[in-house]
Design a protein around this ligand. Structure first.
Ligand code: IMP
Ligand code: MG
Length: 174
């Protein structure tokens, strides 16, 4: 496997879109404080850029949900890191790197809803609606992409490529 020569989404385009999303989210939550739940590991790159574009007060928590082995989804989700605070009475925004089958985000929504937050929304950098297995929609989407496996800007293939500044399609080696 290797990455394509040119990014599917360049670092410049990502940063411009992240700034726009920051404005939208700040406007949506104006006058309120926001609890961001960043989904480890992939979304922490996106979340840290996004949070620096928010003008509302932010409290950040992390959750780690594992559902993937290599390029194939196992469909089963387990939590290996949990938020340190209760979500009750909070306006909560889950920040994901990608919505693929929707199993991970769906399981996280269920887990956080059990705390009875004031509101719960989902923000994702990438949305791959073609592969959805669960009915779950993001409230804030950076880019909708086709059914391709991508790496970079937090997204990995067997833990590689997370540190790339752009998003690249992973291709079979010739
Ligand atoms: P889902 O549970 O199928 O929606 O998958 C969500 C998780 O799978 C993401 O948080 C990623 O870690 C991983 N994933 C899904 N699609 C891709 C991809 O194209 N590249 C890298 N990781 C992916
Ligand atoms: Mg992954």
């Amino acid at each position: 496997m290797r990455i394509a020569n040119r990014p599917l989404i360049s670092a410049e385009i990502i940063q411009a879109r992240v700034a726009e999303m920051g404005e939208d989210i700040s406007e949506h939550y104006a006058g309120r404080a926001l609890t961001v739940v960043a989904v480890l590991k992939g979304a922490c790159f996106f979340a840290s850029d996004l949070m620096r574009c928010l003008t509302v007060p932010v409290h950040v928590e992390f959750i780690r949900a594992r559902s993937y082995r290599g390029a194939v989804s196992s469909g089963k989700v387990e939590f290996t890191v949990a938020p340190e605070c209760d979500m009750a009475e909070r306006d909560v925004l889950i920040v994901e790197d990608i919505l693929d089958t929707g199993q991970t985000a769906g399981a996280i929504v269920e887990r956080l809803m059990a705390d009875d937050p004031r509101s719960l929304a989902v923000c994702t950098l990438l949305d791959k609606p073609a592969r959805r297995e669960r009915e779950i929609y993001a409230d804030f989407v950076g880019f909708t992409i086709d059914n391709v496996f991508v790496v970079g800007y937090g997204l990995d293939y067997n833990e590689r490529y997370r540190n790339l500044a752009g998003v690249y399609v992973l291709e079979e080696s010739p």
